[in-house]
Design a protein around this ligand. Sequence first.
Ligand SMILES: *[C@@H]1O[C@H](CO)[C@@H](O)[C@H](O)[C@H]1NC(C)=O
Ligand SMILES: *[C@@H]1O[C@H](CO)[C@@H](O)[C@H](O)[C@H]1NC(C)=O
Ligand SMILES: *[C@@H]1O[C@H](CO)[C@@H](O)[C@H](O)[C@H]1NC(C)=O
Ligand SMILES: *[C@@H]1O[C@H](CO)[C@@H](O)[C@H](O)[C@H]1NC(C)=O
Ligand SMILES: *[C@@H]1O[C@H](CO)[C@@H](O)[C@H](O)[C@H]1NC(C)=O
Length: 673
Amino acid sequence: MASQTLLLLLFLSSLHQIASLETLIYEGFDENSEISREGSSIIKTSHLLKLTNRSTNIVGRAFYKTPFQMLNQTDPQPYAYSFSTNFVFSIVSPNSGSGGFGLAFTIAPSTHFPGAEAGHYLGLFNSTNDGEASNHIFAVEFDTVNGHKGDADSEGNHVGVNTNGMESKITEPAAYIEEGTATVKDDFRMAKVDAVQAWIEYDGEKKTLNVTIAPWELPRPSTPLINNYNLDLSNVMKENMFVGFSASTGQETSSHYLLGWSFAVNGVAPSLNSSNLPNPPPKEEDPSSFPWVQVAVAILSALILSLLCLLIFLACCKRYMDFEVLEDWEKDCPHRFRYKDLKLATQGFEESQLIGVGGFGAVYKGVLPTTGTEVAVKRIVRSPFHGMREFAAEIESLGRLRHKNLVNLQGWCKKKNDLLLVYDFIPNGSLDFVLYNPDNNFVLDWGQRFNILKGISAGLLYLHEEWEQVVIHRDVKTSNILIDGNLSARLGDFGLARLYNHGQASHTTNVVGTIGYIAPELTRTGKASTKTDVYALGVVLLEVVTGKRPLDSDQFFLVEWAIENYHLGQLLEVVDPKLDSVYDAEEVELVLKLGLLCSQHRPDYRPTMKQVTRYLNFDDPLPDTADWGHFGSNSSSRMNSGFLEVTSSLRTVETSGYLSSISMSTKSMDAGR
Ligand SMILES: *[C@@H]1O[C@H](CO)[C@@H](O)[C@H](O)[C@H]1NC(C)=O
Ligand SMILES: *[C@@H]1O[C@H](CO)[C@@H](O)[C@H](O)[C@H]1NC(C)=O
Ligand SMILES: *[C@@H]1O[C@H](CO)[C@@H](O)[C@H](O)[C@H]1NC(C)=O
Ligand SMILES: *[C@@H]1O[C@H](CO)[C@@H](O)[C@H](O)[C@H]1NC(C)=O
Ligand SMILES: *[C@@H]1O[C@H](CO)[C@@H](O)[C@H](O)[C@H]1NC(C)=O
């Protein structure tokens, strides 16, 4: 800390003359420092040079022991040499009152000032010699109180330039000039900041003076506070001058400290490295309030603090108990919800919030406390999944799917054995409910039905072909299609069927889907594809036109029934009687034929979703039935055998029993599964 160096450099400035350039630098002080002290000034073990303590009317001085040559005598007209200094000081004033008096960087012919007074004379002058040219004293004062009455320096907390007396030639309120400006001055109280850094520079040739100050942690401003002030020190300086500091107190008192100091004649004073300086002195406590008030305040704040800590600790415990402990991989899932929020949203999974029940769990309506948005929360109570990490990755991926005809999966959350899936809330319930519920008096007209079918196709097309990877829905059916406020279709539960298989031993792979919508090849191979989705869509197309379920009893099979009517040349006979014959026959015929095309026995005879949407929009004409593979062959025996195969395979699947647990049976409304 107290690294101190004195560099005395001598070098040639011209061929015939020797000029001296002398430099000193102190970064902290100790007993070995070449400093002569007078009055109250002491060097502390903390390497601070303390000029005054808090006694009233005292003076403390510290000067470098050796004088500097400050005047060029070789000239017939002697002139003062250039000099520069940089120092860091600290003023500790009482909490109440402004403190006083001040400290001054001083250049004087002697280190002794007999008869000089404290207070506003700063230990440099007295009332008799104040202002006399014979003093030969130059000083830059840093005061925290008003100077003596009648002075120009009527303002406290200021910087003033003085020669031979206490009447300042120029003063400026202490301020930091903001960088990049020459005029924006941030006033600051020198006694309130930890320490102040000052730079004083005098140009002997141009006879100008600069004084710059800054709170010590701030960089040096490029514009000085006292800038290019014209000052001729030729008559003030003597040949040999001492440089140092004088400080005083008056009725008001402050402690004045010096942390570091450098000085140079005819050169630039070295910069002080703030990391080498001693710590500034601590700001003093107000002595008047010391023993009782402060002790009481300390005890009280300690009590309050410990109470607060206890409360925070309890709150943390509560939080910890409320939440599952997150594994590392869980923290990176943007779609992960907080269990607490979902619990709050559904009023603690309250019965009144229930909107649907199924084999795996229940669906609750909820309002997210954070955003106020309505959601549907599907709660799968005993999670059948094992590989949670893979599951989460899959959910995260599904969570990024966004389409106006999908029930968007907003996120998920797991707590112990509870798995929660959060979906958009869709108000009108499922298409299944709208079509078949006997309590529902509302009948969809043809335009609405056609629009719903187009929406379903657009949603499936997005899943199959328009997203970054192919998503097979695996469970397209009317109870998985929700109807929103605009009577548009929203596909729900996409991709989830695959998730249900996660963690199942591979040799027991279950066929997933819902009876009536399962393509024949799926029952044989167990492999879902985009074509098995198209098959299920074909069934949905027929359902929406006919208003009949895919299988109603052991005797009725919707697809078979439609084909029969087609071959009898009375396809329009199958149209839902609730439509009261009010429909666009061309559209109805298109949808019926497309339903048959999609639900063909062989997957390669079925169109892709791209083609389906083009047919529905009349972009492409439906291919002639003669080109429809075996369906168009008109061989009723082949056709019948094909459908026999389908129906028998349906019965096979029925016995597995697993499927019914996947498709959720709806209670009243079926929103948001
Ligand atoms: C002193 O003044 C003379 C005449 O102006 C000049 O030549 C010389 O360099 C000065 N000496 C120093 C040390 O500046
Ligand atoms: C302040 O310094 C003076 C002079 O060195 C000394 O007499 C006085 O006791 C000191 N006062 C305090 C409060 O330390
Ligand atoms: C003022 O200072 C001068 C010189 O330092 C001294 O001779 C004189 O006695 C002092 N006057 C008083 C009133 O102390
Ligand atoms: C004082 O500061 C100004 C910049 O504001 C600069 O041009 C001038 O050289 C400085 N004078 C001294 C003596 O450093
Ligand atoms: C300041 O001093 C520290 C420690 O001695 C040193 O690491 C650093 O480089 C110095 N900074 C400058 C600008 O000299």
